[in-house]
Design a protein around this ligand. Structure first.
Ligand code: NAD
Length: 427
């Protein structure tokens, strides 16, 4: 979670339904696989959608009603898996899209989960610690009818972290009458969390970026990297790419960003954010807006904030050679076409940011076995799975002459279809 002050809420870009974007992407894979109408209907719909409205007593004594969601897209391959997001942009359409992308991400990484996602429409920066805890516990109670170790396992996402996972875990455990660590992942180590989870998504982004640079023959040493969003994903990706030899020239949060062509210190920026700073006021470079940041000269652009940031409006101005999607859905289909025409290589979200769910899977396995791994074991398994999937996607893309996104989706969808066919249609 980052500590910006309130008032920095950005408007959602006018890019239409995110779920439509997800379905449009899916159809490319459906066409490639020649799927029949029935299978398409299964894949294009969400299995379950829960909308909850619940009251929270605020510190000033007033009651506020919040709206939240938990959506399960497809559970053919296993229990639902997906984060919980607290953000003013949260709405059912967005959560549906994010749940669908989780289905493809888990299938692509070949881990035994389906896709789910949840969220509450709120501005967490305006809530006190007590209000945040009460909102979380009440939301957890409301969605508890869907979640469970074999049913649906939440994890952190935008503006949620290990502390919030601990409150969810405790709430569910109190309901069920026993400690249930495996109902959430991304929780504190003291409650059965795993080493390596906090930085796992950023580490996966780093691995994907380095593999793509190798493929494109971009020298790592001194490669200029721009990072939009300096939260969990962006800050760890920046730090690890910095350690690998890249130069982090710009980074942003929802207040705006900072640009220094000579390079920024990722660790120091992380500490600045940790103490409540806004990157636009960081001072060790030129301040700039999120829009300006996306079109800076660089080799690697990492959108790691919110969806629909790279659009038909700005994609032709992007100067990066490589886009690595730390965020979910940061590129609209229009921007994707422009990148393809301009030969800008995109590592799609379901591959680039899959490190988080891979280590969540390792956490869930450890909790179930009550047997815990060392950091080197977790990191090495993550490294292996990321590289395996990257190679599979690149190979499929090259063989079929298609984009990395189309190849990743086709691989993932094929796996879900195969399982669905093998299971058959109940009854
Ligand atoms: P976070 O809350 O830790 O950080 C989000 C960052 O984005 C913050 O710096 C915030 O200021 C910035 N931001 C928010 N709204 C913005 C806007 N409109 N414009 C510019 N910046 C904005 O969240 P996170 O966990 O790092 O998630 C970031 C993205 O990565 C999301 O798309 C999320 O779904 C995706 N993701 C996260 C994980 C994970 O494990 N946390 C895993 C896979 C994908």
């Amino acid at each position: 979670m980052d500590g910006e002050q309130s008032g920095a809420v950005l408007e959602r870009p006018e890019t239409g339904s995110l779920y439509q974007v997800a379905v449009e992407q899916l159809r490319v894979a459906e066409d490639a696989l020649g799927l029949d109408r029935g299978m398409r209907e299964i894949l294009e719909s969400c299995k379950a959608e829960l909308t909850v409205r619940f009251p929270v007593k605020m510190d000033d004594g007033y009651i506020r009603v919040f709206e939240g969601y938990r959506v399960q897209h497809n559970m053919a391959r296993g229990p639902g898996k997906g984060g919980i997001r607290y953000h003013p942009w949260v709405e059912l359409d967005e959560i549906r899209a994010l749940a669908m992308w989780m289905t493809w991400k888990c299938a692509l990484m070949d881990i035994p989960f389906g896709g789910a996602k949840g969220g509450v429409a709120c501005q967490p920066k305006e809530l006190s610690e007590r209000e945040l805890e009460h909102l979380t516990r009440r939301y957890a109670s409301e969605i508890s009818i869907l979640i469970g170790a074999d049913r649906d396992i939440p994890a952190p996402d935008v503006n949620t972290d290990a502390r919030i996972m601990a409150w969810i875990l405790d709430t569910i455990s109190m309901h069920r009458g026993h400690l249930s660590p495996e109902v959430v992942t991304g929780k504190p180590l003291s409650l059965g969390g795993t080493v390596g989870r906090v930085e796992a998504t950023g580490r996966g982004v780093m691995i994907a970026a380095l593999k793509a640079m190798e493929h494109l023959r971009i020298p790592v040493e001194g490669a200029r990297v721009v990072v939009q969003g300096y939260g969990n994903v962006g800050s760890h990706a920046a730090r690890l790419l910095g350690e690998a030899g890249c130069r982090i020239v710009a980074a942003s949060d929802s207040s705006g960003g900072v640009y220094n062509p000579g390079g920024l210190d990722p660790e120091k920026m992380g500490e600045f954010k940790g103490s409540g700073g806004r990157l636009v006021e960081y001072g060790e470079g030129e301040p700039l807006t999120n829009d300006e940041l996306l079109t800076l000269p660089c080799e690697v652009l990492i959108p790691a904030a919110m969806e629909s940031q790279l659009t038909g409006r700005n994609a032709h101005l992007v100067q990066a050679r490589l886009v690595v999607e730390g965020a979910n859905g940061p590129t609209t289909p229009e921007a994707d076409m422009i990148f393809q025409e301009r030969d800008i290589f995109v590592v799609p979200d379901i591959l680039a940011n899959a490190g988080g769910v891979v280590v969540s899977y390792l956490e869930w396995v450890q909790d179930r076995q009550r047997y815990f791994l060392e950091l080197e074991e977790v990191d090495s398994k993550l490294d292996k799975l990321m590289k395996r999937s990257f190679a599979q996607v690149l190979d499929a893309a090259q063989q079929a002459g298609i984009t990395m996104r189309a190849a990743a989706l086709t691989l993932a969808v094929r796996r879900v279809v195969e399982t669905t066919r093998d299971r058959g249609i109940y009854p």
